[in-house]
Ligand binder design. Structure first.
Ligand SMILES: Nc1ncnc2c1ncn2[C@@H]1O[C@H](COP(=O)(O)OP(=O)(O)O)[C@@H](O)[C@H]1O
Ligand SMILES: [Mg+2]
Length: 299
């Protein structure tokens, strides 16, 4: 059974179509990133998964049932973009209070350790820094040992060091065999912390695969070499090549954009008489892929 099934889900706010015909099936045990620019519909999608918002049309299923039922059964834990903590309670009190609401919570000390809060357990929530408060929100989200953990831009308020620690905590939770879905507009975060990336723009899925597949699918990689004085004729006919750029500087660098690096390089050496010097291969950066994909969604 899938952890998440979205079938033709749309959500409009008046004139604004926040989510538009979304289809998504997510197996249990995976970590999936919902990647997209601001306004793409990530939070709206997450709110529908949690039963906080109802779709205008389409169907949402969490482990085969309606979101409200899954939430009531303690199957979903969530960390939302906003969410106030009770300032008077200590971290330990807060986490313990929330975990006791669930039928089969994680042990208190395990939760504190996983969220790196052991040393802050007796600090009052009102006295925490932004990054520390985010760790508490994470602890509250995992306290009930949910099968599905949903995180909406969890590192938005964190510095680089806290981010690293945060993703470590997330992976520790995922490694228990849990399903994790997180929204982000940081490409590196999606690349480094998920095994599947779903790119959304304007309420639609514009790409879905591993980070490597998304990079390959959007414009491909490039092969460059120094042409010296040699002719560039025929380069555009090599296998895989989709574009050729010649930099007419002193070295005369040729840059071949290709959908198949191996075939292009092989042919370059075996099917041409060129003297190939300074060969360089560059994979498409996820950043390029992301921009290309979201741009084409806007057209
Ligand atoms: N409660 C709401 N009322 C009206 N418009 C909304 C509401 N929530 C979101 N939107 C609009 O829906 C679109 C998607 O928003 P959102 O899901 O928050 O995107 P993301 O989380 O990817 O930044 C945006 O155009 C946003 O302005
Ligand atoms: Mg959002």
């Amino acid at each position: 059974m899938n952890a998440i099934d979205l079938t033709d889900v749309s959500k409009s706010y008046g004139e604004v179509r926040a989510v538009s015909g979304l289809n998504l099936a997510m197996e249990p045990g995976r970590t999936v990133a919902l990647l997209g620019p601001n306004g793409a519909g990530k939070s709206t999608t997450i709110n529908m998964l949690l039963g906080l918002t109802r779709p205008t049309s389409g169907q949402v299923r969490i482990f085969g049932r309606a979101p409200g039922e899954a939430v009531a059964a303690g199957e979903i834990g969530a960390m939302l973009q906003e969410g106030a903590l009770i300032p008077e309670l200590t971290v330990r009190e807060l986490v313990d209070f929330v975990r006791r609401l669930y039928p089969a919570p994680l042990p208190l000390d395990d939760v504190l350790r996983m969220a790196d809060l052991t040393g802050l357990a007796s600090r009052r929530a009102g006295a925490l820094s932004g990054g520390q408060a985010q760790r508490v929100r994470f602890a509250l989200a995992v306290a009930g040992a949910p099968k599905l953990l949903v995180l909406d831009e969890p590192t938005a308020a964190m510095d680089v060091e806290s981010r690293r620690a945060f993703w470590q905590s997330m992976r520790a939770y995922a490694s228990l065999g849990r399903t994790v879905l997180f929204a982000t507009h940081y490409l590196e975060e999606a690349d480094e912390n998920s095994d599947r990336v779903i790119v959304v723009a304007r309420g639609r899925v514009v790409a879905d695969g591993t980070a490597a597949q998304i990079k390959a699918g959007a414009g491909g990689s490039s092969v460059s070499f120094s042409l010296g004085g040699q002719s560039a004729a025929g380069l555009d006919a090599l296998p895989g090549v989709t574009a050729v750029e010649i930099d007419s500087g002193a070295e005369g660098t040729a840059r071949l954009v290709t959908a198949d690096v191996d075939a292009t390089v092989d042919a370059l050496y075996r099917k041409t008489t060129l003297q190939v010097r300074d060969l360089r291969v560059r994979g498409a950066a996820l950043e390029d892929a992301f921009l290309a994909l979201t741009r084409s969604a806007e057209n």
